[in-house]
Design a protein around this ligand. Structure first.
Ligand SMILES: Nc1nc2c(ncn2[C@@H]2O[C@H](COP(=O)(O)OP(=O)(O)OP(=O)(O)O)[C@@H](O)[C@H]2O)c(=O)[nH]1
Ligand SMILES: [Mg+2]
Length: 233
């Protein structure tokens, strides 16, 4: 069983080493791929040096067009080229606690996609202000209602996919450059009737580094959901 953890990063220099250490300390037989968009803060260099001392870590340094979505697609392609059976996707700012990785790998055994939910009983957001928590909830309702998703937290970026699911949803043809990728992929998983389950996670607000999420990305996201609903693709 080959497991690959995909971590898209942009300017996460304070967060990436503690995160990699926490994942390595899990002692799980997993490989890690950091997909860094040539971060000006040198995150990719830190990962490059770390990888010299640890063969389980790989760096994909993207230098052309920047984008959370594009980085995700590049990471999934790499995982499939390397014959990963299971692919975990998580953020690189310590908001997604690596301690849940074994739970994802247990849960995926009887389904096709597992989502880490902040909105399930036992889940939540620690250290986030009222407005961000409200946005998480409203965005979840909006996406669920418009796209007919049954999951509680469809915008969560902490997930685990079976390799064959990524093949079946044809990641090469995904279009999203931005975080909308998360909904585009889930939409395709639903259309193919894959079994999607959730585990509760406690999401920790980032302590270091700047957020890459702004109103423009949020409004674009909501508009793209509407477009996907209308066009069905
Ligand atoms: N490679 C790459 N990674 C990105 C890009 N934008 C964001 N990321 C990474 O995607 C993950 C999620 O981005 P965040 O900015 O944390 O988004 P968020 O969690 O909604 O916002 P915060 O509350 O500020 O953390 C983080 O690991 C980022 O470093 C990008 O353009 N390229
Ligand atoms: Mg974050």
């Amino acid at each position: 069983m080959k497991v690959m953890v995909i971590i898209p990063t942009y300017n996460e220099r304070e967060n990436i080493i503690p995160l990699l250490d926490e994942i390595m300390n899990l002692k799980e037989n997993i490989e890690i791929l950091v997909v860094d968009d040539n971060s000006p803060d040198g995150t990719w260099k830190i990962v490059e040096d770390y990888a010299k001392k640890n063969s389980k870590l790989h760096l994909l340094r993207r230098t052309l067009e920047r984008g959370r979505g594009l980085a995700g697609i590049a990471g999934f392609k790499h995982a499939l080229e390397n014959k990963a059976d299971y692919v975990v996707e998580m953020d690189g700012d310590l908001s997604h606690d690596p301690k849940y990785i074994p739970e994802f790998l247990k849960k995926i055994k009887d389904c096709d996609v597992v989502i880490g939910s902040r909105l399930l009983p036992g889940g939540g957001e620690v250290g986030r202000g009222f407005l961000r928590r409200l946005i998480t909830r409203l965005a979840a309702i909006y996406v669920r209602v418009l796209l007919g998703f049954k999951v509680t937290d469809p915008t969560s970026g902490y997930r685990c996919y079976r390799g064959q699911v990524l093949r079946a949803i044809d990641i090469e043809s995904l279009k999203a450059r931005d975080p909308f990728l998360l909904s585009e992929m889930l939409f395709r998983c639903y259309k193919k009737n894959f079994r999607i389950k959730e585990i509760p996670i406690l999401f920790r607000d980032r302590k270091s580094g700047a957020s890459k999420i702004g109103w423009r990305i949020l409004v674009t996201y909501l508009f793209k959901v509407l477009k996907l609903r209308v066009r069905g693709k």
